[in-house]
Structure formats: C-alpha cells, structure tokens
Write a protein that binds this ligand. Structure first.
Ligand code: GLY
Length: 544
C-alpha cells in the first residue's frame, strides 16, 4: 500500500489500526518513542500472530531531538531461556517422544521481554504518561475491533495446533471456528492484563497476578518458566552497530541480533562494486548480493550468539581488511561454494511471523521496532486468565545441533541453549542517517533470516540504486543464507533471470513472497513517504 507524504510524522505497521494508534499519539504531542510504545501494545491486541506481550524484540532509534539530547539507542528485549533450561533439553524431549518441543507447547517459550522493553523505552525516552500510551490498546481489547481477513485466515490455517490448548481455543475459536472476519473481536482477559500494566508498570506483568497466571499455566503444562525467571527479566541497553552506507550511516541491532553485523559486513563488501539504477533486478546484481549474503551468513552461523554468554568476535567480524579480502574473492559470473567460508562445517539455525513497525516524529526522531512470538501465534499456548499468547523463541537456539530450524538455518555452539541466555535473532530494525546525522529512513520487516537480506536490498535500493521508496520495497527479493547452499528467488523474478543465475552456478529455489516491509523514507521532492508492503495487510498513517 502506497501512501502520500507526511509533513510532520508517520507510522508504518503491519496492521492499520495499530499504525493509526501511533499517529494519534504523535498528534497528541507524543514523541517517536511514545508512538512506538503505543503501537507495540496495540499490535499485541490487533495482530495476535506476531504482535505480543508474551514475546520479545528489539528497538533501534535515533532519538532525543527536540529534548536537546540526540542519541542513538539499541534496546534489547529479547526473550531469555528460563533458569531451568539445559543445552540438551530438546534432544531429550525428542528422545522421550515429545515432538517439536521447541516449537509447540509450554517448553517452547523463553521468558517474555516485550513488556519490559516497551515500558523501559517509555520511561527512559518517552514523554507521555504510561497510561496515555497503553490506553488505546486497552480500548481495542476491551471494546473490540473488527477481526481482519488476514488474521482470520491465519487463525483458520493454525486451527489444529491452536486447539490443542483450551484457553487458546476459547479466545480465538469460540464455538470451534476461527473468529470470523468482520466480527467485533473482544479480548476481556487481555484487557485486564493491560489495565494491570497501566496501573503497576513493569511489575504489573512480571510480578503479581499476571505473573501468577503465567507460572500456574507453566506448571500445568510441563513448562519451566518460574516466578523467579519473571522477576529476574531485564531489558538491556546495547550499543547500536553503525555502518557506512556511502551516503551516510546505518544504525542497527548488535548481538543477540545478527542483523546489524551482517548489514555492516555486506555493505562493506558491496562498497567495492559500482552500482546504479540500471543494475536493479539484473541477474548480475542478484548474483553479487547472493555472494555477499553467503559470506556474511557464514560468519553469522558460526560465531554469533548472546554476547553476554559468548565472545562473538565482533572486532574480527567488523575488520575491513578481512571483509575486503572476502569481497575480492567474488567472481562476478560464478557462484562460490559455501563450504569455503565455513571453518566449522557443522551447519549452524528461525519463524517468519515476526512483525516490524517504523515511526518518525516532527522533531526528526526515528524509531524502528521489530517484535516477535517467533512462529505465527508462538507456542500456541495462551495464558488462561491473562489473555496473551506465549512465544516459541526457544527454537531460535540451536535446539538440535547440526539440524535445520524452522527457517532451515543450521547453527553452531555459540547459539546453544543455556539458562538465562538469549537466542540469536535475525531481527534487524534499522535507521538510515544522512551525512549530517538526520534520519533519512526507518526500515524493517519480519521474515526470519530473510529479514537481514531484505533490509539490505531495500536500503541498497534507496541509497545505492536511486530507486523510489515504493520500488525499493516492491522490487522482487532474493535470499541466500550460506547453508543450505541455494539461492531463494521471489516468485516475481523472471524465469530468464533464474536461468542466468543457474548458469553462474547457483542452485535456485522459489518462494511466493519475502517479508512484510514497513518503510518510512524522507525524499527531497515528496517529504516523508511511507510504504507498507503490498505483500502484507498493513498501513501507513501520517500525522495531521
Ligand atoms: N524469531 C525470529 C528472529 O528473532 O529472528
């Protein structure tokens, strides 16, 4: 969906009601953080496949303008493994005959981070009272909203797994079928949880009644998240990754996200190649992109994990000389083999039902938030009495070393399960700053590992190929993640292009669509332009 320009502020989100909530907060005098927090809570109500209270995420922002304290921030509110988690818990569960324990049911959940993250951002950098930014979500849960066709379709598709859990069935399948599109959808227990959070703040979720509901459900269903795990949860302020885009800088998320470092690496390798508009959608450019993706994912899969637990060797991974050498090994017409970049050939390991939203405000602040339950509707377990779904983020760990995860990613020991550890993520909320440091674009998308490669391609479209925001988002995308050694092409890429890529030596595969991009970009002629990906069902709302 393309929208007209924004004069003061704008919000792009995967669900239009949530985008409207954010824009209203901006209209009411809130800053980009206030709006981002309001959108996060609203998505937890209106987009239950991925919006969440029971998941986690990352926030990257260029903020503080207007308050005279410009700063760049990266807030990590990724879920953590419970204290009782062990590195072989899923191997043992499988041996005991419990299938997919990292994906479905109570053992699949990490300790949720979203409420801590949103309220920490609000307290640190927001300007409005907590009540003001959560109230719109509370109203949507209490009074209901029109069930969207998209969510109805997703619920219908997930029915059999969802109905394994009684409380999930009661909320989303009253009478046995998915809530129909167009029907007013009320979530009473969720509204009570939101009221408690308004009243008590972070302890309203991690202590007291809501926490009790969660722990009782864990015990009932054989899960391991304890009351102490919830009390111990903290979001972490990290130093954003900064990378040169030629025309300015990108800022993105550091580990436990792999997004920022991969973007830095791929941009550095691409700096050795002249690119312009005529290269867009050419097999030569797709090949070049595949080669830099391959090289960067080789590092991602081998070295990255939670920086509080493993040495991610960031200095080495950022080193220009090493990246320049890797770039020089790219043959412009011949595919490399992934094995030559893998010192440890144990293949290193994600869900696509994440969601992203982008916010800019009238002071020139830009905030990018990607948040997730991991798989669509997470673990499918809804906390009875509290009304929210829990994540299945534990599958983002190397649950079964050497075996592919939900996204076909195969990962190494740096990302093994350990108590209190955060699983490696691909979520890449990113802000592009121009040479004077002003926000030029706010970018992000869901898509598991394709998040990183999609953000690369949209950013490249904007700042190296000179494409419009609309074309940067809609142009067909590719994805390579080193292992498996094959190049994925979006359906819209012509067969002729695929054949040429095969003659270069790529093994190719197809998929319908990649991502659900939410872009805000400042253009010289049109001011702020928002693009909510036509691949999804979202929207852009501008301030008045
Ligand atoms: N669960 C998807 C990601 O964190 O990348």
């Amino acid at each position: 969906m393309f929208e007209k320009r924004a004069s003061r502020g704008a919000v792009a989100a995967a669900e239009p009601l949530a985008a409207a909530v954010g824009a209203k907060i901006l209209d009411d005098g809130g800053n980009a953080i206030d709006a981002a927090v309001a959108v996060g809570f609203a998505l937890a109500v209106t987009y239950p496949a991925a919006g969440n209270l029971g998941g986690g995420g990352f926030l990257v922002g260029s903020i503080g303008r207007g308050a005279g304290q410009p700063q760049q921030v990266a807030l990590d509110f990724r879920e953590k493994a419970p204290a009782a988690a062990t590195s072989d818990m899923y191997v043992r569960a499988a041996a005991a005959g419990v299938k997919n324990a990292s994906l479905v049911g109570h053992l699949a959940s990490g300790v949720p981070g979203s409420v801590s993250g949103l309220l920490t951002a609000q307290k640190e950098w927001g300007s409005l009272p907590r009540k003001k930014v959560i109230e719109p979500a509370l109203a949507l849960a209490r009074d209901g909203f029109e069930m969207t066709k998209r969510t109805h379709r997703m619920l219908a598709g997930a029915k059999s797994r969802m109905l394994r859990f009684e409380a999930t069935g009661e909320v989303f399948y009253p009478g046995g079928d998915a809530v129909p599109a167009g029907e007013n959808f009320v979530q009473t227990d969720l509204s009570t949880t939101l009221e408690t959070i308004i009243e008590k703040g972070i302890p309203g979720f991690y202590d007291g009644e809501v926490a009790d509901h969660l722990v009782v459900e864990m015990k009932r269903g054989g899960g391991i998240i304890s009351a102490q795990d919830l009390l111990d949860y903290r979001s972490v302020n990290r130093k954003p990754i900064r990378f040169s885009t030629g025309k300015g800088n990108g800022i993105s998320m550091p580990p436990p996200s792999s997004g920022g470092i991969c973007l830095l690496q791929m941009y550095r390798m691409l700096s050795h190649f002249a690119l312009d508009r005529s290269d867009a959608e050419s097999p030569e450019l797709y090949h070049l992109l595949a080669e830099v993706m391959r090289r960067s994912f080789a590092d991602r899969n081998q070295y990255l994990g939670d920086p509080d637990f493993v040495d991610c060797q960031m200095e080495r991974l950022e080193k220009h000389a090493r990246l320049d050498k890797r770039a020089s090994s790219i043959n412009p017409r011949k595919a490399s083999s992934s094995s030559q970049f893998l010192e440890d050939l144990t293949p290193p390991k994600e869900s696509e039902q994440t969601t992203h939203y982008s916010v800019v405000d009238q002071q020139g602040n830009g905030v990018a938030v990607t948040t997730t339950l991991n798989g669509s509707f997470g673990s499918r377990v809804l906390v009875p009495g509290a009304g929210f779904l829990l994540n299945n983020e534990m599958d983002d760990f190397t649950a079964h070393p050497g075996k592919p995860n939900l996204f076909g990613l195969i990962q190494g020991s740096a990302n093994a399960v350990a108590p209190g550890k955060r699983p490696l993520s691909s979520m890449s909320p990113t802000v592009w700053l121009d040479k004077s440091g002003d926000v030029r674009a706010v970018l992000g998308t869901p898509g598991g590992p394709t998040i990183i490669t999609n953000v690369l391609q949209v950013l490249l479209g904007l700042n190296r190929l000179g494409l419009s925001p609309e074309i940067s988002v809609t142009s067909p995308k590719i994805h390579h993640q080193c292992l498996p050694d094959s190049l994925t092409l979006e359906r819209a890429i012509p067969e002729k292009t695929e054949k040429t890529l095969q003659t270069f030596g790529h093994r190719t595969g197809r998929r319908g669509s990649i991502g659900d991009f939410q872009l805000l970009c400042r253009t010289q002629k049109r001011g702020w332009v928002g693009v909510s990906d036509s691949r999804g069902g979202g929207g852009v709302t501008y301030t008045k």
